[in-house]
Design a protein around this ligand. Structure first.
Ligand code: SF4
Length: 377
């Protein structure tokens, strides 16, 4: 779902990330492609459990470690067999298709500055992760060390990546002040020596964003950075990310189930359900005139306040998506949204749709897009 532009910083191609479970192979990410251009912000938006965070973990090279940890803990024979096959395939340079079986682990290509991250050794990947690509995870504030001053914590990544021992303390102190100032920590000259408990929750979250920025990364992956905070705090966190993007020319991959976050931060958006991108396009199109039945249902299940009036005027109904998300160990045949889709027909229950570019830069995974009634908010 990319044009032929050469200014992509990140290109994700046919990404699959499967893990084992007691009930079978969970297809957390199931054949996803998209790109993030230099200085662009791409949002991945969709319901909980759709696989959004698994995309982030796959790009960062963490998905396999986490999946194997849980597989070892569950100690199932089938899981051991599948991971052994995974290792064999990797050693031989073969794909699951060539092995003739779906396999756990991350498959596909993740090109960052033209280099496939999935093919890198852990040592090489470490130079990219936390350096050129930084990660702001969910539930941020608790991960700060309560006993260490924030300037020391903010500087940690710089020292950790200073393999050649070339950094000067004065230079580190200058960069720490710069990033804390960028995320709008007030009176930073004085307060830099305080510990996390002396900052508000919103400031703690922004300090973590400063820590992600200190390496002057090219790409920041932010995974639900505004979860469990009130609207005022949320706005300041988003402002800090937007400012960093503008000042540092940063590219952002923003993961959230909140439309407001997408509207504020993203240039283009992919809408995710059941391990697939259902629709991908510019943020205005996706939020104002969504084409895919899942996108429409998801937006109408929890519309932002500013859309309420339009929704009332158009006589539309706010309602949750009927049914439950599919079991990813045993997904339905055909389109994964078919059991919950009000437009589903025979073809939807039998065949998986293919991605189609329905307008320039607007991609759709739906058999019946052209037959659907118009929907503009
Ligand atoms: S392919 Fe069919 S079931 Fe799937 S979203 Fe489109 S209309 Fe609904």
């Amino acid at each position: 779902m990319q044009d032929s532009s050469s200014d992509y910083l990140l290109e994700v191609e046919n990404l699959r990330a499967f893990h084992t479970s007691k009930t079978g192979l969970i297809r957390a990410v199931n054949g996803i492609s998209f790109g993030v251009k230099e200085g662009e912000s791409v949002g991945i938006f969709g319901e909980s459990g759709a696989g959004k965070s698994s995309i982030a973990l796959s790009i960062l090279g963490i998905f396999n470690k986490v999946s194997r940890f849980y597989a070892t803990a569950s100690a199932s024979e089938e899981s051991e067999r599948l991971w052994a096959l995974h290792d064999k395939a990797r050693k031989k340079g073969m794909t699951p298709e060539e092995m003739g079986e779906e396999l756990p682990g991350v498959w596909g290509r993740v090109l960052f500055k033209g280099k496939d991250l999935l093919a890198l050794k852990e040592k090489e990947l470490r130079k990219v992760r936390g350096n050129e690509i930084t990660y702001v995870p969910q539930g941020l504030a608790g991960s700060l060390n309560p006993y260490t001053e924030i300037d020391l914590q903010t500087a940690e990544a710089l020292w950790a990546h200073d393999d050649d021992d070339i950094l000067w303390e004065r230079e580190v102190a200058r960069r720490v002040l710069e990033v804390l100032d960028l995320v709008e920590i007030g009176d930073v000259d004085i307060r830099k020596s305080l510990k996390p408990g002396e900052f508000s929750l919103g400031e703690d979250q922004r300090i973590l964003i400063a820590m992600a920025l200190i390496m002057e990364p090219s790409l920041m992956i932010a995974d639900e950075p505004t979860t469990a905070v009130d609207v005022g705090v949320q706005q300041r966190i988003l402002d800090a990310i937007i400012l960093a993007k503008e000042r540092l020319g940063l590219s952002v991959l923003m993961i959230s189930n909140d439309q407001g976050v997408m509207a504020e931060t993203a240039d283009r958006v992919g809408v995710m359900s059941a391990g697939k991108l259902m629709e991908f396009g510019d943020v205005h199109t996706i939020l104002k005139s969504p084409g895919h039945p899942f996108t429409r249902a998801f937006i109408m299940s929890n519309p932002p306040m500013e859309l309420m009036r339009t929704i009332r005027e158009k006589g539309l109904r706010i309602r949750g998506i009927p049914g439950n998300p599919p079991d990813m160990a045993n997904p339905p045949a055909g389109c994964p949204f078919n059991p919950r889709c009000e437009y589903a027909k025979e073809v939807c229950r039998e065949q998986m749709p293919e991605y189609r570019e329905v307008e320039r830069g607007h991609w759709m995974l739906c058999h019946r897009y052209e037959e659907l009634p118009e929907f503009i908010l």
